[in-house]
Design a protein around this ligand. Structure first.
Ligand SMILES: C[S@@+](CC[C@H](N)C(=O)[O-])C[C@H]1O[C@@H](n2cnc3c(N)ncnc32)[C@H](O)[C@@H]1O
Length: 206
C-alpha cells in the first residue's frame, strides 16, 4: 500500500507541472487565516504534512517563522519545492516519508494537512495517522486539517477520498483533540473547476 502510494505521487509530480494539479493554489489564504486564529507566530514550530509543492511553507518563512518542516511521500515534489525556494529552502526541514509509517523524533506547535488525510480510506492507516498526530503535537498545540467537504468531489488525483464535515473529522480524530474553529472554502482548480473543502482547526489537550 505504502509503495503504491509513493509510486502514484512520484509519477504525478514527474509528469505534471503545478498548473495541471487540481489542488494547486497560489495563496493558502484559509490555512493562514486559521494560523492566526491558532496564534501561530514567528516563534512557532510548524510541519506541513503532504506539503507537495504548496506555497504554505514559504508564506510561513515570509512571516518570520524559523522552524518550518515539510513532509511528503514524493521526493519529486520536495525536490521541486526546494528548487523553487532557492536559498530559502535551507530554512526548511524537508522530510521524505509516508505519514503513516514515519518515525517522528520531535514535536510541533502546528500540524497542517491540506488534502492528505482524506486519501486514507483504510481504518488502519487512519489510526496510524492519528498516532503520529498525537505523538507530534505539543500539549496545547493545534492541527489544521483540510479535506474535501461532504459536497466535495469523490476522488482526487484519480484516487477515492473520504469526505468530511468538521464534526465528523473531529470525531474520527478522537477526543484528545477539540474542534476550535472551521471554515468552508470553494477552491478553484487551475482550470476554474469549483471544489468544496472544509478546514478544521483542532487543539490538543494539555
Ligand atoms: C492533493 S496533494 C496536496 C498537496 C498540498 N498539501 C497542497 O495543498 O498543495 C496531496 C499531497 O500529499 C502527499 N501524500 C499523499 N499521501 C501521503 C502520505 N501517506 N504521506 C505523506 N504524503 C502524502 C502527496 O505526495 C501530495 O503532495
Amino acid at each position: 500500500m505504502a509503495e503504491e502510494r509513493e509510486s502514484h505521487w512520484e509519477r504525478v509530480y514527474r509528469e505534471k507541472d503545478d498548473s495541471q494539479l487540481s489542488w494547486h493554489q497560489d495563496d493558502p489564504t484559509t490555512s493562514l487565516e486559521l494560523c492566526d486564529v491558532a496564534g501561530i507566530d514567528a516563534g512557532s514550530s510548524v510541519i506541513d504534512i503532504g506539503g507537495g509543492t504548496s506555497r504554505f511553507a514559504e508564506h510561513l518563512i515570509e512571516r518570520g517563522l524559523s522552524d518550518v518542516s515539510v513532509l511528503d511521500v514524493s521526493q519529486a515534489a520536495l525536490h521541486r519545492s526546494r528548487r523553487r525556494l532557492g536559498a530559502l529552502s535551507a530554512q526548511v526541514e524537508w522530510i521524505a516519508s509516508d505519514v503513516t509509517t514515519w518515525n517522528p523524533d520531535r514535536s510541533y506547535d502546528l500540524w497542517h494537512d491540506r488534502s492528505v488525510f482524506h486519501f486514507l480510506n483504510d481504518a488502519a492507516d487512519r489510526t496510524a495517522y492519528q498516532d503520529q498526530l498525537y505523538r507530534c503535537l505539543l500539549p496545547g498545540g493545534h492541527a489544521i486539517i483540510a479535506t474535501f467537504a461532504l459536497d466535495g468531489p469523490e476522488t482526487c488525483s484519480g484516487l477515492p477520498v473520504v469526505r468530511y464535515d468538521p464534526e465528523g473529522l473531529s470525531e474520527v480524530l478522537g477526543d484528545r483533540l477539540t474542534l476550535v474553529s472551521h471554515r468552508r472554502q470553494t477552491h478553484l482548480t487551475p482550470w476554474r473547476n469549483p471544489q468544496s473543502f472544509q478546514y478544521s482547526l483542532l487543539r490538543m489537550g494539555q
